[in-house]
Every structure is written in structure tokens, then in C-alpha cells.
Ligand binder design. Structure first.
Ligand SMILES: Nc1ncnc2c1ncn2[C@@H]1O[C@H](COP(=O)(O)OP(=O)(O)OP(=O)(O)O)[C@@H](O)[C@H]1O
Length: 592
């Protein structure tokens, strides 16, 4: 939590000093009110002031008390306002830092934290920290200052009467310590269980259709119930322990009042408290209120002792994210990608192992792709096709070997420069909520309407977009849920085309298209991508048989590289796949 203070802005500090100053004044004002009360009771008993002059004196004291109270209220309002402002601004800043950091994360860090936990950290944990910062600013100064000043005052007035208050303080400190020891470790459990709840809910909602189709509501329900019950149980346990504090505190407070009254009564009887019995009663009242103030200050400290560790757990979870340096980052001395030559990508003896995995999923892959070429990857599921193309935009870095772009290792260039070269079309057509135009402009923010229409035409998406109400301005729901799988894929392809990149990466991006649209799209793309490299991952031989180079993957190894005809003639793995999909005739007359 303390480490998060480095994200405090400079202008918070003068405001915090202001809060401290105002708190000092407010404590003195509040304690003065108690002295005024004693004064009023004493005035009632003064023999030399009677009648109207006594009433006036009491009224004057009362008016002064009113003035002090109003000033104290004003200070409270100012302190609350400043602390709310600092708290809100601090978490806004923190949220931004967190967002930027998560944005820089590579897949490795995302997998390390898990998306659900990153969401909890960016929402629930941030709220906890905000609450703690605000409460700390409001009360962390008031409570100890009030306790110290009030203790000083009662000790000055009478030591014997201070004794019950001293005992009460010891009891309260013991209570706080017990709660602190037992409850604090549970806070991190509560936050981790919130992560779990978030994950189950997320999975359940995103997979709602699968759950319904499999009639698996019961199974999912029991998963949710388990984590929900666990979180509820933990929250109840924590809250019960904390709620026990309240009656305990009330007991101590009432006990103090009783003890002070009793001791004061004995002292008044023995004429050792005040000049006369009325002054004795005035001192006793003053003491009781001081006692309550002191204990109230300790109660507030208790609350802080409970809230701060909870906030600290959240602060630690946020700091973990902020303190994680993305493994994939820009080099210190980035090289420029030579732009005066035709694009060329080379894999040089590339091996790759997923973080935390034991074995390599890609082994010794080498090939060269030149401008205008289509390089296709084919292989059984899990053979490493997606993995290989994910290395090009550096979603992961190679474990050994190198990938070069125009002769420069892609790890030696700025990520932005590299990504400017790439148009990536993912396996799952993912669209953002908004409209079609805003989705296309992700590829090129300043794209004109004509650019968009051309891209849609190439991607065979023009007709269905124009049929939609609003055309380019037609609504897109979250994730593109109001489009079919094939439509989403085509819109994603259009989003990449509009960027006119030098490298296209199609990760099984034609899988949801019917054969006719697939053919038309590839023909249009061929025209559009004459000077680019097309990397295509596909399951269908028909999609890739016209590629300039087909790389056949088997368990992470390139077991064949060549054209369709070459592989068909001499590669067993390719032959098996090809003959299982198309007839001999179709295969031998490969054409678009
Ligand atoms: N994030 C990951 N962490 C660990 N292993 C992974 C990860 N992603 C994929 N793998 C493993 O890497 C191997 C290759 O996966 P990849 O997704 O590249 O296969 P693929 O050929 O594209 O399969 P498909 O055609 O089914 O999409 C698989 O064995 C898979 O289990």
C-alpha cells in the first residue's frame, strides 16, 4: 500500500498539510466546547452572579459554543471535500496507470494474472484503495490528535478520575490487537475469492449459449454457488469479528461513564473534587465527555486498523500489476526497419516454448517469405500454426533463433514500427461495440468513406453492410454479437485491408466463410496484396493450395515446405490431409 504513495501527485501534499492544520484547530475547538460546558454548570452554582446577569452570562457562553460548533462543522466540510478530491483524483490516476500497464502486457503477463483478476484489480481493488485513502485523510489525523490532546487535558485536571479511562484504553488496544491478528490475513482471501467469483461469472456469461445448449445450467450453477457461498462465508466471518467490536466498545464506554460518575461521587462526598459539589458535578460531566471523546478516537483508530489492512491487500494487488515489467518491450536503442526495399520476413531456426510449459511447441522452423508471396501453414490441430504466426507481431518472443523483417531482428525494432507493417486477422472475428465505421477506423483512424467502401468490397462485406440499416453507421454490439461468424470475419478482414499493411496475417480467418465467398475473397485479396506478404493459417486445403509456399506442421516441426503440387507429390502428412478433404481431381487441378 505504501508503495502506491509514489503515485501521489505533488499538489496532494500541501492539501494534506492543510488538512493537518485544520484538524489541529478543529480538535482544539471541540475540546473547548467541553470546557465551556463545565463553565456553564459552574456559573449556575456561583453565588455572586444571579438573576438576569447569570442568564446573560450563560447565554453568552452558549452563543460562543454555537459559534465554535459552526466553525468546527465548516472545518469538517472543508476536510471532507479536500479528502474526497484527493481520493478521487488519486484513484483516477492509479486507474490510468493500471490501464496503461495492462495494455503494455504481453500474453505472458495476461496469462500470469488472468483476465478476471485484472478486472477485479482494476475495479474492486481500486475502490477499496479509494475508500482507505479518503478515510485516512479524514480520520488518521483527527483520531490520534484528539486522543492525545484529550488525555493531556484529563491528566491535567485530575489523575484519579483519569484512571478508568486509562484502563479502558488498555482494554480497547487489546481488543484491536486480537481483531488485527485474526482478521487481517482473511482480507487477502476475500479479494482472491472475489477474483474467483468474477472468473466464474465471466465464464458463465460469455459461454451462456454453450451452457444452455448442453443443459449444463445445474453444473454451472453449482460452480457459482460454491464460490459464492465461500465468499459469503468469508465475508460473514470477517464482518462478524468486526461487529463484535461495536458492543465491546459500547460496553467499555458505558463502563467508563459509570466508573467516572462513581469515583466522582465519592470524591464530591469527600469534598476532594472542585470547590463545591456543583463544580464537582461540572468536573465529572467534563470528564465523562472527555472519556467518550478519547474512546471514540480509539474506536475510530480501530476502524482504521481494520480498513487499512483491507486496503493494503488491495493496494498490494494493484502494485503487483504496476510493478510487473512486460517481458516484451521496446529495445533501448531501436533499429529502423529498412523501408526502401520490398518486404521480407525470415524465420531463422526458430524454437518456441510457452512460458511455464516444459516442452517446445515449435522446433527449428526456418523459411523466408518475400513480397507478393502467400505463405500458408497447415497441420493437424495443436500442431503450432497459430503459435507460429503469433510470433510475428511479437505476441510472444521466440525462445531461440530469430525472426527478421527486412533483415532486422523484430526484437530490435520499436513495437509500433513493427505493428505498422502488420494487418492481423484473428481466429475469432472480434469487433468492438460502436458502429461499422468506428470498427474499420481501428485499422486506419483517418480512413475516408471511400477507403472503407473499398476495403469492404475486397473483404466481400460491402453488400451485407449496405443492406444493414445505416450502412457504415450500423450498430455493432459488444464483440460483434449482432453479426454472423462469417460476417464478423469479413469485417475483421476489411479492418486489416484498410490499413494496407505490408504483412497480412490470417489466422484461420476464412474458416467461417462458405467456399464461394472464400474463393471470391482470396481472388480480390490477391489483387490488393500484390506487394505484401500473406501469412495464412487454414484447415482447408482449398484455401491454401495456391499459396507460393505451404509449410506443413506436425507437432511443432516443419515436416514439409513447398508448393501444393510439390507437397502432394512427396509429403506424406500433406497427402493424408489433402486426400481426406478433396478428390484427386480437385487436388491435381489446383486453381482459385
Ligand atoms: N497459452 C498457451 N500456453 C501453453 N500452451 C499453449 C498455449 N497456447 C497454445 N498452447 C499449446 O501449443 C500447441 C500449439 O497450439 P496452437 O494454437 O498453435 O495450435 P494450432 O495448430 O493453431 O491448433 P488449431 O488448428 O486447433 O487452432 C498446442 O499443443 C497447445 O496446447
Amino acid at each position: 500500500m505504501l508503495k502506491l504513495f509514489k503515485y501521489f501527485k505533488w499538489w496532494y501534499y500541501p492539501l494534506i498539510v492543510l488538512i493537518l492544520g485544520l484538524t489541529l484547530i478543529q480538535v482544539e475547538l471541540d475540546l473547548n466546547l467541553i470546557d465551556y460546558m463545565r463553565e456553564i454548570i459552574t456559573l449556575v452554582g456561583k453565588a455572586n452572579i444571579t438573576g438576569e446577569s447569570q442568564t446573560n452570562a450563560i447565554l453568552n457562553q452558549g452563543l460562543e459554543m454555537l459559534g465554535i460548533s459552526l466553525l468546527s462543522i465548516l472545518i469538517t466540510i472543508v476536510v471532507y471535500y479536500i479528502s474526497a478530491r484527493i481520493g478521487a483524483n488519486f484513484v483516477k490516476h492509479l486507474r490510468k496507470q493500471l490501464y496503461d500497464r495492462i495494455h503494455d502486457f504481453s500474453m505472458e503477463e495476461i496469462n500470469q494474472f488472468q483476465t478476471s483478476s485484472l478486472i477485479t484489480r482494476s475495479t474492486n481493488d481500486i475502490t477499496q484503495v479509494q475508500m482507505v485513502v479518503i478515510v485516512l485523510l479524514r480520520l488518521a489525523f483527527t483520531a490520534p490528535i484528539m486522543a492525545i490532546r484529550a488525555i493531556q487535558k484529563i491528566v491535567d485536571i485530575d489523575l484519579t478520575l483519569s484512571m478508568p479511562i486509562a484502563v479502558a484504553i488498555i482494554v480497547i488496544v487489546l481488543m484491536i490487537s486480537v481483531i488485527f491478528i485474526f482478521v487481517t490475513p482473511l482480507f487477502s482471501k476475500v479479494q482472491n475469492l472475489t477474483d474467483d467469483l468474477n472468473q466464474v461469472t465471466r465464464e458463465n456469461l460469455t459461454g451462456l449459449r454453450v451452457v444452455r445448449a448442453h443443459n449444463a445450467e445445474g453444473y454451472e450453477h453449482s460452480k457459482f454457488k460454491k464460490v459464492n457461498n465461500e465468499l459469503t462465508r468469508m465475508n460473514l466471518y470477517v464482518n462478524r469479528a468486526m461487529q463484535m467490536m461495536m458492543p465491546g466498545m459500547m460496553l467499555v464506554m458505558n463502563g467508563v461513564s459509570l466508573a467516572v460518575t462513581w469515583i466522582a461521587a465519592v470524591m464530591i462526598q469527600e469534598q476532594t473534587l472542585g470547590a463545591n459539589p456543583l463544580e464537582g458535578i461540572a468536573i465529572q460531566s467534563q470528564f465523562s465527555i472527555y472519556g467518550i471523546r478519547i474512546l471514540f478516537a480509539f474506536m475510530t483508530l480501530t476502524m482504521l486498523f481494520i480498513m487499512v489492512p483491507r486496503g493494503a491487500v488491495s493496494g498490494k494487488r494493484i502494485y503487483e500489476v504496476l510493478n510487473t515489467t512486460p517481458k516484451i518491450k521496446d529495445p533501448e536503442n531501436p533499429k529502423e526497419i529498412p523501408a526502401d526495399q520490398a518486404v521480407e520476413v525470415e524465420f531463422n531456426d526458430v524454437c518456441f516454448k510457452y512460458p511455464l510449459a516444459n516442452e517446445c511447441v515449435l522446433e527449428h522452423i526456418s523459411f523466408k517469405a518475400k513480397a507478393g508471396q502467400t505463405v500458408a501453414f497447415i497441420g493437424s490441430t495443436g500442431s503450432g500454426k497459430s503459435t507460429i504466426i503469433n510470433l510475428i507481431p511479437r505476441f510472444y518472443d521466440v525462445s531461440s533463433g530469430a525472426i527478421t523483417l527486412n533483415g532486422v531482428d523484430i526484437r530490435d525494432v520499436r513495437q509500433k514500427d513493427l505493428l505498422d507493417y502488420i494487418g492481423y486477422i484473428p481466429q475469432k472475428g472480434l469487433l468492438f461495440s460502436g458502429d461499422i465505421a468506428s470498427n474499420l477506423r481501428v485499422g486506419k483512424p483517418d480512413a475516408s468513406e471511400e477507403d472503407m467502401q473499398n476495403a469492404l468490397k475486397t473483404a466481400q462485406a460491402y453488400d451485407f453492410v449496405m443492406e444493414k440499416e445505416g450502412g457504415l453507421n450500423a450498430d455493432v454490439a459488444q464483440g460483434g454479437k449482432n453479426f454472423s461468424g462469417g460476417q464478423r470475419q469479413r469485417l475483421c478482414i476489411a479492418r486489416a485491408i484498410i490499413k494496407q499493411p505490408k504483412i497480412y496475417i490470417f489466422d484461420d480467418s476464412f474458416s467461417a466463410l462458405d467456399y464461394q465467398t472464400d474463393r471470391k475473397l482470396r481472388a480480390a485479396l490477391k489483387e490488393q496484396t500484390k506487394s505484401s506478404i500473406n501469412f495464412i493459417v487454414a484447415q482447408r486445403i482449398g484455401t491454401i493450395m495456391n499459396a507460393d509456399q505451404i509449410i506443413v506442421l506436425d507437432k511443432g516441426k516443419a515436416v514439409g515446405i513447398g508448393t501444393h503440387q510439390e507437397l502432394l507429390a512427396n509429403n506424406k502428412v500433406y497427402q493424408e490431409m489433402a486426400y481426406s478433404q478433396l478428390s484427386k481431381e480437385e487436388l491435381e487441378n489446383a486453381s482459385l
